[in-house]
Design a protein around this ligand. Structure first.
Ligand SMILES: [Zn+2]
Length: 256
């Protein structure tokens, strides 16, 4: 059995027996990968704290022939994102990133761009407090990278381009915007101002290293949350648990 090495982020970690852990990683080279870390609860030398949630590591593992649980040999920490662990809002946000990837990607479906987005986004929330704007930025970028890109530039029905002269709505079911003229009899629609749509287009297209400069207005946050979380619910067939958790924390924050 050859020993493989890949960059990975710990998405879930649970005790399996007195000494072992079962860990789910999102990896750069192998997509989602589950493995058993023998002796992880005792061997500080091989694993240290590298199997904690969100840890960004170099993962060394042996592949089983039937692609079942991999055998994790050891992990070297690249970045622990320690400040995320100390802040419940950041934990909620990071957990949401992981649940979106888990829900939108299949086992062993690899996507290096999505891996980089996840690592960069965790790094960003570790360093800065961007509120829930970062959740919207992550959503629009991960959807686009995975081929679910919602149509934000033109009406899905008549093709009219986004402009300040017309009112637009977002259809979570159809995954894009419709102009006011075409908006009748289309089921549930979310009102979205042109400003919010332009903000989302920027959040999707600009270089990641500049996204921390984006400042969402209250209206843009509310409208983009309605549109994107509605669209994600339609794609995943359910509301992700961590989405609910994130909203709850945000609401508590707004009450203070
Ligand atoms: Zn139209």
């Amino acid at each position: 059995m050859p020993l493989h090495r890949t960059e990975a982020i710990v998405a879930r970690s649970m005790d399996f027996s007195e000494s072992d852990k079962i860990v789910t990683f999102f990896t750069r080279g192998f997509g989602k990968l589950r493995g058993i870390a023998k002796g992880a609860k005792k061997s500080k030398k091989r694993f240290g704290n590298s199997l904690e949630l969100f840890s960004h590591v170099n993962l060394f593992f042996f592949e089983k022939e039937n692609l079942g649980l991999a055998r994790i040999n050891n992990c070297n920490m690249i970045e622990a994102y320690a400040r995320i662990q100390k802040d419940i809002k950041k934990v909620a946000c990071g957990s949401y990133f992981l649940e979106l990837i888990d829900g939108l990607m299949g086992e062993r479906e690899k996507n290096a761009a999505v891996f980089s987005l996840l690592a960069d986004s965790l790094s960003l929330i570790n360093c800065q407090d961007l509120g829930t704007g970062i959740a919207r930025i992550f959503e629009i970028r991960v959807l686009s990278l995975l081929g679910y890109q919602p149509q934000l530039e033109r009406c899905l029905v008549c093709g009219q381009m986004l402009s300040n002269k017309e009112r637009f709505w977002f259809s979570p079911l159809r995954g894009g915007i419709v102009c006011n003229t075409c908006s009748t009899n289309l089921g549930k629609l979310s009102p979205t101002s042109t400003g919010t749509l332009r903000m989302l287009i920027l959040a999707r297209d600009m270089e990641f290293k500049k996204v921390h400069r984006l400042v969402f207005s209250k209206q843009a946050l509310r409208e983009s949350e309605d549109a994107l979380t509605g669209f994600i619910r339609c794609q995943m067939g359910k509301e992700p648990n961590s989405m609910r958790f994130l909203k709850k924390i945000q609401n508590l924050d707004n009450m203070v």
